[in-house]
Each structure stands twice: as structure tokens, then as C-alpha cells.
Design a protein around this ligand. Sequence first.
Ligand SMILES: [Zn+2]
Length: 489
Amino acid sequence: MKTFYSPELLYLDGKFVHGKGLLVATDGTIARITTRDDIGDADIIDLPTKALLPGFVNAHSHTFQRLIRGKSESRIISGRDFWSWRDTMYHAALQLTPEEIYDVARMAFLEMLFSGTTTVGEFHYLHTDVNGQPYSDPNLLSKQVIAAAQSVGIRIVLLRTAYLRSGFELPRDPGQTRFFESTQDFLCNTESLISEFSSRSAKVTFGVAPHSIRAVPLADLQAIASWTHLHDLPLHMHVSEQVAENAACLREYGCTPVQLLHRNSILSERFTAVHSIHIQPDEIHQLANAGATICSCPTTERNLGDGIFAADQMMSAGIPIALGSDSQAQIDPLEDARELDYHLRLRDQQRAIVDLIEDVPIASRLFSCATRNGARALSVPSGEFLPGCLADGFTVDLDDLSIAGNSPPDLLPILVFTLNRTAICDVLIHGELVVKGRKHRLQNEIVSRYKNIHRRIWGSQNATLGAKSLSLLRNEWRGRRGSNPRPLP
Ligand SMILES: [Zn+2]
């Protein structure tokens, strides 16, 4: 039996229209976009006073990092930059049991659902136990994250990540113990995981993610990229997030990461460069000419002090920009979308910098970044309402305090620049409502289990922080960092 979703307003190709809805087939795809008198005996789900929009696509996530939210905002504990912030992240990575990885992922996915996200690209690099030994099933932790997505109901593209070394001429960092595999093991385990899930679930697909130039030497990168191309999968990689990683690449290869990828024919329409903050005009053209996507993660990049992403230059070059929640410092796709322009406003002391690039209005442009560009990066037919696409979307309450007082022509700018998460009512994935009236059937259980893990991981640290004076802690940390500074790549 087909289902007809009938909202007050439907978002179609940059506009909101009255009187139309989605006719959804039993396979979870959109049969057609039509009116109520053209649906035969389909079930009708009325969505009065609501607008229905395509679901957001989060193209870059590390779910376990949800656990360090609020724990990495102290300069004393997490230092002053990205490199020292990683110590806090590694602390969490080294504590979690497989069951806890499942529960933390469920918490992050649940928050994504309530933000209107219907597909997530999980860049997953926790592979082994805390001693660096493979589990009896070397894909155990990948499967825990997939099971978490299935439990919550979100569509997942698991980007299985290769992490082979700590950096050019660096010894292995103990904090990264759970990340490492050999190239051969990585490919073997990835192949086995994909074949196991190939016909099991339409909501689980895969991609491949060499972590970064610093973590994957060129010869291994070439082998992984060839394998990925052969299997026609998306290829994602952290690229030029930090100046220091570009400097290390220059020392090792005599060129920047993008130049290295270009020279070795690794850039393609299947390639997504995550971050791409510190890149030059010739590198922008190399990415554009290859048809690559860039995934920007503005909330995380702002939180980590990575730098300002030149969204205007990338858009002018015709590069599609997708968005990711990355470190989960905040999970809000529209906040990421609006920051693409807000950061440029601070840089240029002007307004609406990306408006009308190629004649595309700014709100429509930013909304596409949060939806269909991410779907493109993950090779998922989602992110827009078209016949044959997956029926993934969310509704907003048109009377919510953050957006009340709107008309169809100005609704999209209102949503993009001011929508509060409280306005999101229902979330539709694969033709089914997984959030109804702001409620998810597992919410209480997921939050309760997550709180227990948070208490276990951070409980002793909280007690320590309470017992010791700030100056004592400061001296301890300075002493540790002074005597054993973490090497940069
Ligand atoms: Zn990342």
C-alpha cells in the first residue's frame, strides 16, 4: 500500500508550494509528487500547519566524539589548538567498550534525527580493542555503529577508515592505538563488511576513507583508491584542515595534499575532501576540474580554530559543498549552513557573500549544501524530492516561535537563518516516520544509557577537578606538556 504525505507546504526545487504532497511507494522511494485527487487508495498522512522538506545529509561524522562535548573547552585540559584537543578525544576513544560505542553512536544519531538529518556518513576509525588487537570479528566496532543507526532508524553510509601511521617520520601515538590496521587488513575487512551487508538493508551502504595524507602514505593511498574505484564507492579523506599537515606533506612529498592527490589521479567525482581550509587557487581548480565535492564542517572548524573555509571561492569554481557535524561540538545542519556565509562576513566585513553566485539565491544555495550536495558525496539518492529518490524528509511547525510569521516566498531564508530545532516535528526516512510529533520511541532509553556511560568515563575526572585547585592542575598539565610535547605531523 502506498502512503501519501500531505503537508500544508511542500519544498520543491527551491520553492514552497501548496496542495501537493509525496506519494511514497512500499520500497521507500517517492512514486510521484502529486495532489490528493491522484493517489488512488493510498493511506493519507495529513500534516496540517507543517512544511515538509527533504532531509539533511550529514556527510562527515565521528559519533564517539559526542562524548567529549563540553570536556574539551578548557585550555588547561585540552590545550590551545587542534593537536592538543586530540588528547581529550583520544582519552574517550581509549575508554569505550564495544557496547558503549553502540550507545554513544545511538545518542549522536538520535540528536541528528531531531535536527532533521536523515542520512549520516560515519567516518569510522575505531577498529581494534584498547590494546590494538583485532576483535575476533575485526569489523565488530563498525557493526556496532551500523547497529546503532539501525536501532535509531537513520540511514547510514559507513565510511570505513584507513589509519596506518601517526604521521610522516613520527612514532606511533599511543592515543591512536585503536585506529591502526595494515592496508591489507583494511581492504580485507572492508570487503568482508560490505559483502555481509550487501543485501541485508537498504538503509546501510558503504564508502572508503583513507584518513588523511598524514595517516596514509602515498603507496597505500594509491592501493586503497584503486580498490575503491574498482568497487565504485565514495572516497572521503580529511584534506588540509591544518597548516601543519600541509607543511608535513611538503616535507614528505614536496607538494601540498591536494596537489599530491591531483598528480596521482586520486581526485574524481567520487572524491570528497573534508575541510579543505588551507588551499590555494590552483588547488581549488584541481578539485573543481575533477568534479570532487568538499565537505565543510564549520561548527567543528570554528570550535577547533581550524581557520575560515573560503566557501565563496569554492562555489564560484563550481565545487559542490556538503556539510558535516564532524566532532559533534554541535549538531545542527542549518547552523553549519549559515556559518558558511557568516564566517565570510566576519572576514570581509560585508553581508550575504555567497548570494547570487551563479545567480543562486543564498538560502537556496545553503540549503542545498545541507541536503543534496551531501547526498551526492555519499552516493545516496536523497536530499531532494524527485520521483525515484528516497522518501527522506522532515516537517517543521510553521507556528514555532523561531519561524512564525512567514509566507512561502520568505520561508526558506527564515528557515536557513533562524530555524530552531524545536520547530522540527516529524522525521521521515525510507518512507516511514521515525520521529512523530517530536517523539522517538527509544528516546528515554538511549538518553539514560548514554548518561551512564558519560558518568563512567568522566566521573573520576569530575571528582579530580573538584578536589584540586585550578592552579595545581595548570601546573601539572604544563609540566606534562613541557616534558613530553606531542609531536606535530
Ligand atoms: Zn573528521
